[in-house]
Design a protein around this ligand. Structure first.
Ligand code: 13P
Length: 259
């Protein structure tokens, strides 16, 4: 049985004050369901330490996530942030391969793979994102794109690291657009992703890896998507900026697991 996992990706939003308020409200709002759902929030880099402190003061089970990292341990990489730095300030989990980093910032599968490996080698958790663009979907390339991004992202990642790995399927056309995948479409894509994981690591290992869905999730549509057998929670953008909405999504995930 996989415990659902909800991530709140704040992207380049909030201020120190509003992010602090949001972290407090989320932490308090999900405290009573901590046994049923894992929750992580991904604030912008400048607020990580402030929010680490807020979560620590509350003895919160909410994990602290970073939206990105660089794979080199140190050196002349202006503007980049190493995994040692993220560990040093108490980050638990790091995103890799988010569609905005792939398609807005131009990250390649090769770079993403280096980040995934470095994150897992550092002992941190990693969420590897994948997902097709609209033109790929209409050309029936959804599974092909996901398979390529998963195989490339996990190249050289040993099976012993998998307990710290989550996959997020985020169809690019559904991100920030209000167009959510149907529960059936999410299930079909994610079942296929799990089959790729099984080819890479064996069925038993693949059955233990959580696969989140992401793309225009809201409290009103989350429940039906979380009911799907290969959907193990979600990665939330816009709706993670409203604490009531985000907590309601976490509740829907907690309730998606049969008693
Ligand atoms: P939205 O929930 O705003 O569509 O964003 C999804 C996402 O990109 C989460 O990483």
């Amino acid at each position: 049985m996989r415990k659902p996992f909800i991530g709140g990706n704040w992207k380049m939003n909030t201020s120190r004050a509003s992010g602090s308020d949001l972290a407090r409200a989320v932490s308090d709002g999900v405290n009573s369901i901590r046994a049923a759902v894992d929750v992580a929030i991904f604030p912008p880099f400048p607020y990580l330490m402030t929010i680490r402190q807020i979560l620590r003061e509350r003895n919160s089970a909410v994990k602290l996530g970073a939206q990105d990292c660089y794979f080199e341990p140190d050196g002349a990489f202006t503007g980049e942030v190493s995994l040692a730095m993220l560990k040093d300030i108490g980050v638990d989990v790091v995103l890799a391969g988010h569609s905005e980093r792939r398609h807005v910032l131009g990250e390649s599968d090769e770079l993403i793979n280096k980040k995934v490996k470095a994150t897992l080698e550092a002992g941190l958790e990693c969420i590897l994102c994948c997902g097709e663009k609209l033109e790929q979907r209409v050309s029936n390339l959804t599974d092909t794109v996901n398979e390529r991004q998963i195989r490339a992202g996990l190249a050289g990642v040993p099976g012993e690291y998998l307990s710290r790995l989550t996959i997020a399927y985020e169809p690019v056309w559904a991100i920030g657009t209000g167009k959510v995948a149907t529960p059936e479409d999410a299930q079909t894509a994610q079942q296929r992703i799990r089959a790729v994981l099984a080819q890479l690591y064996g069925q038993e290992a693949a059955d233990r890896i959580r696969i989140q869905y992401g793309g225009s999730l809201k409290a009103s549509n989350a429940r039906d998507i979380f009911k799907q057998p290969d959907v193990d929670g979600g990665l939330i953008g816009g709706a993670s900026l409203k604490s009531d909405e985000f907590v309601a999504i976490c509740r829907a995930a907690a309730e998606s697991v049969p008693a």
